[in-house]
Design a binder for this molecule. Structure first.
Ligand code: SAM
Length: 272
């Protein structure tokens, strides 16, 4: 089939390294009895490997020319569905519930060499559906991967790290140079494995209000946590006593505080 022009606006950098294609699919684990969702299959670099191994494959491609090509390519392969839609509108719970094996395939596995222009939005969407997803193996820009995986107390740690680590265990699997793609992007890329393991119950917090609180404390990353809280309207005396009760020094910045102490601070502020 003749190649059509690439759409850079859709983040189309196709993975051409066969070793990386195989490693990404291997990182999902055994697929024989699993339903897999691929985000942005593009020209099918990893789709063929997935289709051969998974019990069910749903591939979500926004490009209205690539989607019908993929449909044609996989027409003979049972258990493969190509959806021409925006992954930011995909309802992962509905995909899981539409399992023709009536729930026997368990939670979804998600994989994708993501379109980098919407990386954070896709990750947030996966976290929103964390109850329906077992794990996700995603290729993203190296710098963003470093932020997702960063530990508290490092300069990369921020709202994205805290949010991701509330929902998932994060592993960095490999980093690829631009030459592994065609056309080559201007950045290096890293494959992450996110094993969904939400920590809200263990931390004693409710997801939405706690994430809204994280947005407040990280609002101005370089400012003191107390200052960000004051800017959001919290009373100074309440802040001081809640910081002390949470063993957080008053001059701390949010990036220095682990999730356990941050959750404690949140609970203390709710109480006082
Ligand atoms: N998986 C292929 C590969 O590795 O060669 C293509 C990866 S390419 C980096 C990203 C793919 O995501 C492109 O095929 C692009 O058309 C598709 N895409 C971009 N935005 C999308 C969206 N909002 N929803 C679904 N797919 C999207």
């Amino acid at each position: 089939m003749p190649q059509r022009p690439i759409r850079p606006k859709l983040g189309q950098n196709f993975l051409v390294s066969a070793t990386a294609q195989a490693a990404i699919v291997d990182a999902l684990g055994d697929l024989a009895h699993r339903a897999v969702v691929e985000i942005g299959p593009g020209r099918g670099a990893i789709t063929a490997l997935l289709a051969a191994r998974a019990a069910r494959l749903i591939a979500i491609e926004l490009d209205r020319e690539l989607a019908p090509r993929l449909r044609q390519q996989f027409a003979e392969q049972g258990g493969v569905e190509i959806r021409n839609e925006d992954v930011l509108e995909t309802n992962f719970a509905a995909l899981r519930n539409a399992d023709p094996a009536h729930g026997k395939l368990g939670k979804l596995l998600v994989v994708g060499n993501l379109p980098y222009y919407i990386t954070s939005d896709i990750l947030l969407r996966l976290f929103h559906f964390s109850g329906d997803i077992d794990r996700a193996v995603v290729m993203i820009q190296r710098e963003v991967a470093q932020r997702v995986a960063a530990e508290p107390g490092t300069s990369d740690y921020g709202l994205l790290s805290a949010t991701a680590q509330l929902y998932a265990r994060v592993e960095k699997l490999m980093t690829l140079p631009p030459g592994a793609f065609s056309p080559p992007p201007q950045v290096h890329s890293t494959v992450l494995r996110l094993t969904m393991a939400p920590r809200f119950a263990e931390l004693g917090v409710v997801p939405e209000p706690f994430i809204a609180f994280l947005r407040v404390v990280f609002a101005q990353k370089r400012k003191m946590l107390a200052k960000n809280l004051r800017n959001a309207g919290y009373d100074a005396a309440r802040i001081s006593s809640a910081l002390a009760a949470s063993s957080i020094p008053s001059q701390s910045r949010a990036e220095e505080i682990d999730l356990e102490r941050m959750a404690r601070l949140f609970r203390e502020l709710l109480r006082s």
